[in-house]
Design a protein around this ligand. Structure first.
Ligand code: NAD
Ligand code: UGA
Length: 462
């Protein structure tokens, strides 16, 4: 039987990263009637998707991939062929912060996204539905439409916005049971037609009441706003953690007390050394840039402060380490427990551990890094300061002979270590800085550690 006869839809995704790979794997697993192909310019990534050593670490993902791979899920570098065959094309390429020219350091770098639009229109021989899966500045769809419309083949490409809300580490569950799926379209006949196709795809496993539709601009902006609101909560609780440390209030108690107010809610109120991840900072700065271009300077300043507090929190963390370790850490061995930007991922993009490690290196400390999944990425991130950094997977080896341990990532395994054994092997006085507030601080103090949690009183022996 030909592919056309066997499958009711031909779906393509351009970009096989943290979003493209998992989202397409879920669609393919839940919809055996569709043929789903994921393409990428990076052959190494595609090769990895075709093995059991997937290019990203994500709990439960391999199982989902295995349901569909080779059946109706395919990973390939044949971008043009994929474009030619597909009727629905998700675009999930990276949209990093621009590092050059106008808007450098804030605006989104849309070169990868624009290139896909040009690839699509160069190759296409039939009408297509183009789905913005990447996170994009509000009104990007208009620019894309202009590029796609500029063809003399009589082809119509309908652009939809379908931002992705998955979080790394919980991507499989987030995709399987999303809080909502958002689809933005134009209120035109072709817009509504395309929207209905995408609604039908998701309705294979997402309850209808969780599939929201809106206009394109609302969908684009909702993605930026959602990340800004989430990051804002973390900066809010982190700002309170600084005040707690001055006043003997306890940030965990404050977080619990305010979180029980159902109007506030209890999630995303964990104080930390700072938020990381590829998107929070990038998307907020993108929002700030858009506000500035519309002359909304007060709005821009408001959102920019969320990033400023995050930078302050990372700085403050290292300043505390330096201050309590007698104002010098030169030559001292300092071990970072965790390097990933959160638990259950190997991703280190914008991880607070990068900034902390670099600042410790500036102070001439010797930094030892341990992490169960992120060491490869950590080595790349710290390539510039290799002579002062060591990497080891074994946390006991990492802590041996250390003057201090700093918890950077909330991996479960760090809660269950034998801290007496660790204490015995450390230089004294031994310090622990818990940048995630996951350890039993009282117990550690009783063992002899000087313990510095976030947003609560330190437990010291001096
Ligand atoms: P990523 O860097 O992991 O993956 C992007 C992929 O696109 C790369 O493999 C790259 O090689 C490929 N690519 C770039 N240009 C291409 C082209 N012209 N043709 C084919 N392939 C091309 O990025 P990601 O983390 O998956 O993020 C993708 C988008 O999704 C971003 O806009 C991001 O903001 C958004 N997003 C990310 C997450 C997340 O958890 N990482 C969550 C929601 C939304
Ligand atoms: C985040 C959003 O949660 C997703 O909805 C969104 O799709 C995604 O960004 C994106 O657009 O890329 P992600 O960055 O993967 O997902 O992970 P989060 O769970 O949001 O954590 C982000 C950072 O905030 C991590 O460093 C985490 O440790 C930190 N965090 C989170 C805290 O410090 N405190 C909290 O209470 C929660």
């Amino acid at each position: 039987m030909s592919n056309k006869a066997r499958f009711t839809r031909n779906i393509l995704c351009i970009g096989a990263g943290y979003v493209g790979g998992p989202t397409m794997a879920m669609i393919a697993a839940r919809c055996p009637q569709y043929r789903v192909t994921v393409v990428d310019v990076n052959p190494g990534r595609i090769d990895a998707w075709n093995t059991d050593q997937l290019p990203i670490y994500e709990p439960g993902l391999l199982e989902v991939v295995k349901i569909a791979r080779g059946r109706n899920l395919f990973f390939s570098t044949e971008i043009e062929r994929g474009i030619g065959e597909a009727e629905v094309i998700f675009v999930s390429v990276n949209t990093p912060t621009k590092t050059f020219g106008a808007g450098a350091g804030k605006a989104a770098d849309l070169q990868y996204w624009e290139k896909t639009a040009r690839d699509i229109i160069r190759v296409a021989q039939s009408d297509k539905i183009i789905v913005e899966k990447s996170t994009l500045p509000v009104r990007t769809a208009r620019a894309m439409e202009r590029i796609l419309d500029a063809n003399d083949k009589g082809i119509h490409c309908e652009v939809l916005s379908n931002p992705e809300f998955l979080a790394e580490g919980t991507a499989v569950n987030d995709l399987d049971h999303p809080d909502r799926v958002l689809i933005g379209s134009h209120e035109t006949e072709t817009g509504i037609g395309a929207r209905d196709v995408l609604v039908e795809i998701y309705a294979n496993w997402v309850p209808r009441e969780r599939i929201l539709t809106s206009n394109v601009w609302s969908a684009e902006l909702s993605k930026l706003a959602a990340n800004a609101f989430l990051a804002q909560r973390i900066s809010s609780i982190n700002s309170i953690s600084a005040l707690c440390e001055k006043t003997e209030a306890n940030v965990n108690e404050v977080g619990r007390a305010i979180g029980m107010d159902s109007r506030i809610g209890n999630r995303f109120l964990r104080a930390s050394v700072g938020f990381g991840g590829s998107c929070f900072k990038k998307d907020i700065l993108n929002l700030v840039y858009i506000c500035e271009t519309y002359g909304l300077h007060e709005v821009a300043t408001y959102w920019e402060s969320v990033v400023a507090i995050n930078d302050y929190q990372k700085r403050r963390f290292v300043q505390t380490m330096l201050r309590v370790m007698f104002n010098t850490i030169a030559g001292k061995r300092i071990t970072l427990f965790g390097f990933a930007f959160k638990a259950d991922t190997g991703d280190t993009r914008e991880s607070p551990a990068i900034d902390v490690a670099r600042k410790l290196v500036e102070e001439q400390a010797h930094v030892v890094i341990t992490d169960p999944q992120a060491l490869q990425n950590a080595e790349k991130d710290l390539a510039g300061c290799r002579s002062q950094v060591t990497f080891t997977e074994d946390p006991y080896k990492a802590a041996a002979g250390a003057h201090a341990i700093a918890v950077m990532t909330e991996w479960e395994l760090y809660k269950a270590l034998d801290y007496q054994r660790i204490f015995d092997g450390m230089e004294k006085p031994a310090f622990i800085f818990d940048g995630r507030n996951i350890l039993d601080h009282r117990e550690l103090h009783e063992m002899g550690f000087n313990v510095f949690p976030l947003g609560e009183a330190a437990l010291k022996h001096f």
